[in-house]
Design a binder for this molecule. Structure first.
Ligand SMILES: Cc1cc2nc3c(=O)[nH]c(=O)nc-3n(C[C@H](O)[C@H](O)[C@H](O)COP(=O)(O)OP(=O)(O)OC[C@H]3O[C@@H](n4cnc5c(N)ncnc54)[C@H](O)[C@@H]3O)c2cc1C
Length: 398
C-alpha cells in the first residue's frame, strides 16, 4: 500500500512537470489524436504530450514493456488514470487498437503479431477499424457471411462489413470471416488482420443522426490476405471475437464519462436553468428524476469500484457483464434529463444563439442512443445477463 502511495506521488509529480497546460483543458472532437499513417497532431503541445507519455510507457501502462507498454500493474495503471483525471489531462492518443484489439492480440496473437501490431498501436502508427457487423449479422453476429477462402499461401476475402466506424480513415481492419461454411455457425469463423491498402478494399461512408459519427460500409472484392494475419487458430475466431467484445463493452460502459467534450453535469445544469423554492428545485417531477439519477450514478460508481477491486484480487465477478447495459442506459437517462432541465435551451443543433455546452448536450443526447446499440444492443446485453448471470432457462431452438 505504501508503495502505491509512493507511486501516486511520483505520478503526480511527473504529470505536473510534463503535461502542458493546454493539454489540461476539455478536448473537442477536432483536437483528438487518433494516430495512423495519415494522422497529424492537432498542435505542437499535443505532439509533445503524446511523445512524453509514449516515452514514459504510459500510453497503455499495463501492457508489457517488451512491446512498448509500461509493464505496470492494474493498480498502478488506475493510479495514472486517476491522477490524469485529477488535472483534466487529455488522453494523448485514442483508438480501438488501444481499447479493443491490443488486449485481444496480447491474449491470442503470436509473438510476431505482438511485436508488429502492439508496438505500432503504442507508436500511433496504425489506426484500426472493426469489421464485425454485416448487413444481416449484427446482434446475430455468428451468422456473418463475409468469407475467406484458403488459397494455399493466402486467404481470398470476399463480402462486406457494415457500420465500420471511420474505416475510411483507418490503416488496418480486424475482421471476422467465414472460413468453414459447412461447420456450425460459431465454429467456422476466423479472425483476420487486414491492411486497408490491400487492393480490392473500398469504403462507402454512411451518415448518422448526430451528424458526427462516421460509419462506412466496407467492401472486400478478391482481397488477398497473407496467412500470417490469422489471429488464433483457423475456425476458432469466435473465441477471439468474444474476448474482444468484453473490452468493447467495458469501453462502452464508460463512454459517457470519458467524452472528449466538457461534460454538462445535471446537478449544475439544474442550478443554471431551473427555478428553486426554499432551496429545492420547484418542479417536483424534475426534482425526483434528478434524485433518482444521482442515486443510480452513485450505485454504478460503487459497482465500478467493486469490479476493479474484485479483478485485482482475482475474484471472478458477474459485474462486468452488467456494466455495459447499466452504463449506457444511464447515459441515455442523463441526456434525457439534461434536455428536460434545459428546456428550449437544449434544442439547439447548430448556429448562434446557443452556448457551446447547449449544442454539445443535444448532440450527446443523439449519441447516447448509439451507445446502447454499439458493441451489442441493450436487449442483447439483457439476454446475456439472463443466461450467464441469472442462469435463466434458454430458448432451445437457438
Ligand atoms: C455508434 C456505433 C458504432 C458501431 N461501430 C461498429 C464498428 O466499428 N464495427 C462493426 O462491426 N459494427 C459496429 N457497430 C454495429 C453494432 O455492433 C450493431 O449495430 C449492433 O450489434 C446491432 O446490430 P444491428 O444494427 O444489425 O441490429 P439488429 O441486430 O438488426 O437489431 C435490431 C433490433 O432488434 C433487437 N434484437 C435483435 N436480436 C434480438 C434478440 N435475440 N433478442 C432481443 N432483441 C433483439 C436489437 O436489440 C435491436 O433493437 C456500431 C454501432 C453503433 C451504434
Amino acid at each position: 500500500m505504501e508503495d502505491l502511495d509512493q507511486f501516486r506521488s511520483e505520478v503526480r509529480e511527473w504529470l505536473e512537470a510534463n503535461c502542458p497546460e493546454s493539454q489540461r483543458q476539455p478536448i473537442t472532437a477536432a483536437e483528438q489524436f487518433w494516430g495512423g499513417r495519415r494522422a497529424k497532431f492537432p498542435s505542437e503541445d499535443a505532439r509533445l504530450w503524446y511523445e512524453r507519455m509514449r516515452d514514459k510507457g504510459w500510453i497503455v501502462p499495463e501492457w508489457p514493456a517488451e512491446y512498448g507498454g509500461g509493464g505496470l500493474s492494474d493498480q498502478q495503471g488506475k493510479i495514472i488514470k486517476d491522477e490524469m483525471k485529477r488535472i483534466n489531462a487529455r488522453t494523448p492518443v485514442y483508438g480501438i487498437g488501444i481499447w479493443m484489439l491490443g488486449p485481444a492480440i496480447l491474449e491470442y496473437g503470436n509473438e510476431q503479431q505482438k511485436q508488429q501490431h502492439i508496438r505500432a498501436i503504442i507508436n500511433a502508427e496504425t489506426r484500426w477499424a472493426q469489421g464485425y457487423s454485416e448487413p444481416g449479422a449484427g446482434s446475430d453476429l455468428a451468422s456473418l457471411q463475409c468469407k475467406a477462402e484458403d488459397m494455399g499461401d493466402h486467404f481470398l476475402v470476399n463480402g462486406s462489413k457494415i457500420w465500420t466506424t471511420n474505416a475510411d480513415k483507418c490503416d488496418w481492419i480486424f475482421c471476422l470471416v467465414r472460413t468453414d461454411p459447412e461447420a456450425k455457425k460459431q465454429e467456422g469463423i476466423s479472425f483476420l488482420l487486414i491492411d486497408m491498402d490491400t487492393p480490392g478494399i473500398s469504403t462507402t461512408p454512411i451518415e448518422l443522426i448526430s451528424g458526427e459519427s462516421e460509419f462506412c460500409q466496407t467492401f472486400f472484392d478478391n482481397v488477398k490476405v497473407p496467412k500470417e494475419n490469422l489471429v488464433g487458430e483457423l475456425n476458432k475466431g469466435w473465441s477471439v471475437a468474444k474476448a474482444l467484445l468484453v473490452h468493447e463493452r467495458k469501453l462502452m460502459a464508460e463512454m459517457g464519462s470519458d467524452s472528449p467534450r466538457k461534460i454538462v453535469v445535471p446537478n449544475e445544469a439544474a442550478h443554471k436553468y431551473l427555478e428553486f423554492e426554499d432551496g429545492r428545485i420547484a418542479d417536483a417531477q424534475l426534482r425526483s428524476d434528478l434524485a433518482d439519477y444521482n442515486m443510480q450514478m452513485h450505485a454504478i460508481a460503487l459497482t465500478h469500484f467493486r469490479t476493479f477491486e474484485e479483478k485485482t484480487s482475482g475474484v471472478r465477478s458477474a459485474a462486468p457483464l452488467v456494466m455495459k447495459y447499466l452504463g449506457t442506459e444511464a447515459e441515455k437517462v442523463k441526456s434525457e434529463l439534461l434536455l428536460a432541465i434545459m428546456g428550449s435551451r437544449g434544442l439547439g443543433w447548430e448556429g448562434e444563439g446557443f452556448e457551446q455546452d447547449e449544442l454539445d448536450t443535444l448532440r450527446l443526447w443523439a449519441m447516447s442512443k448509439a451507445f446502447t446499440i454499439a458493441g451489442g444492443s441493450s436487449e442483447i446485453q439483457l439476454n446475456v445477463i439472463a443466461k450467464s448471470v441469472l442462469e435463466l432457462p434458454q430458448n432451445k431452438e437457438k
